[in-house]
Design a binder for this molecule. Structure first.
Ligand SMILES: C[S@@+](CC[C@H](N)C(=O)[O-])C[C@H]1O[C@@H](n2cnc3c(N)ncnc32)[C@H](O)[C@@H]1O
Length: 269
C-alpha cells in the first residue's frame, strides 16, 4: 500500500479527534469556495473521513453524486458510517489510490474535483494533479486547499527535529515537502495555471486555534507528522513527545495556525 495510506490508517483515532476542530470546518470552507450545486457530480480526492465530501453531498442533493476516494480504509469507513447515518446514499466512499480511480474512463466526467490538503501527498504533484483535472467536464472546476506560508510550516520542522534523534534517516530529508510549492497566492495561482486551468481564483483563509501541549501531541500522531515516528517503540515515542513539547515552547508556538489557501480553476470550456 502507498505509505500515506498506512500512516493515515494508523492515525485514525487521533485524526478523528481533530475532525470537529479542524478538518470539518476547513472542509466546509473548501466546499463554500468550490460551490458544487444541485445535481452536480463531484470527485473528492484524498477525502479522509469526509470533511469536504459530506458538505459536498449536502450541496448536490440526491440528484447529484459524490465519489469520495482515499487510501486510508479506516478513515473511509468513518466517512461511510456518517454518510449512512445522514441518509446520503448519493455519497459513496471508496478505498483506492485516487491516481488509479477508475472514473477516468467513465462516460460521465465530473463537474467538480476537490481535494482538501491532499495534493502534496501525490507522488508526482504535477502529473497526478493534471490527471485529476482530466476527469472534469469542459468548464468543470478543480478546487484544492493548501497550507498558507507561515502557519503549518512552523510546526512541522519542530516535529521533525523532535523525532530525528530516534530516526537518523530523517536528517537527509529536506525541511519542507511539495506543500512549499503551493503556499502563497502567487505560487498556487501559477501552479493551477500550469495545469491548464483558467478563471483561477485564490481565497486565503485565516484559521488559528489555541494549542495545548497535550493536544499538540495528538495532532502530531493524527496527521502527516506521524510518518516521522510510525513504528517507533513507546520509550522512543515518549522521548519524541518531550522534545516536541519543549521545541514548541522554545519556538513560542501555542496556537495551531492552519491558515490556508483555497484555489479554484476551471477546465477550458
Ligand atoms: C491531510 S489528510 C486530508 C483528508 C481530508 N481531505 C480532510 O481534509 O480532512 C490527506 C489524506 O490524503 C490521503 N491520500 C494521500 N495520497 C493519496 C492517494 N494517492 N490516493 C488517495 N488518497 C490519498 C491520505 O490517506 C489522507 O487521508
Amino acid at each position: 500500500m502507498n505509505r500515506a495510506g498506512e500512516v493515515f490508517d494508523a492515525a485514525r483515532a487521533d485524526f478523528l479527534r481533530w475532525s470537529n476542530r479542524l478538518w470539518r470546518p476547513l472542509g466546509e470552507v473548501l466546499v463554500s469556495v468550490a460551490r458544487p450545486s444541485t445535481g452536480d457530480r463531484v470527485l473528492d480526492a484524498c477525502c479522509g473521513a469526509g470533511a469536504s465530501a459530506l458538505p459536498a453531498a449536502h450541496a448536490v442533493g440526491p440528484t447529484g453524486a459524490v465519489d469520495a476516494v482515499d487510501l486510508a480504509a479506516a478513515l473511509v469507513a468513518e466517512g461511510a458510517r456518517e454518510a449512512t447515518e445522514a441518509g446520503l446514499s448519493h455519497l459513496r466512499f471508496h478505498v483506492a489510490d485516487v491516481r488509479s480511480w477508475p472514473s477516468r474512463t467513465a462516460a460521465e466526467p465530473y463537474d467538480v474535483v476537490q481535494c482538501g490538503y491532499g495534493v502534496f501527498f501525490l507522488p508526482d504533484l504535477d502529473a497526478d494533479a493534471k490527471a485529476l483535472c482530466e476527469r472534469l467536464r469542459p468548464g468543470g472546476r478543480f478546487a484544492v486547499s493548501t497550507w498558507l506560508s507561515g502557519g503549518m510550516e512552523r510546526i512541522v520542522p519542530v516535529g521533525r527535529a523532535a523525532a530525528a534523534p530516534e530516526r537518523p534517516d530523517l536528517a537527509g530529508e529536506g525541511p519542507r515537502g511539495p506543500s512549499a510549492r503551493l503556499d502563497t497566492e502567487a505560487r498556487l495561482h501559477s501552479w493551477l495555471d500550469s495545469l491548464g486551468l483558467v478563471d483561477i481564483q485564490i481565497r486565503p483563509v485565516e484559521f488559528r486555534i489555541p494549542l495545548h501541549p497535550d493536544d499538540a501531541w495528538s495532532f502530531y500522531l493524527g496527521a502527516a507528522m506521524r510518518a516521522f515516528v510510525e513504528g517507533l517503540p513507546q520509550d522512543a515515542l515518549d522521548r519524541t513527545r518531550a522534545r516536541f513539547t519543549d521545541g514548541l515552547r522554545r519556538a513560542g508556538i501555542d496556537m495551531l495556525d492552519a491558515s490556508s489557501l483555497i484555489g479554484v480553476g476551471h477546465m477550458p470550456a
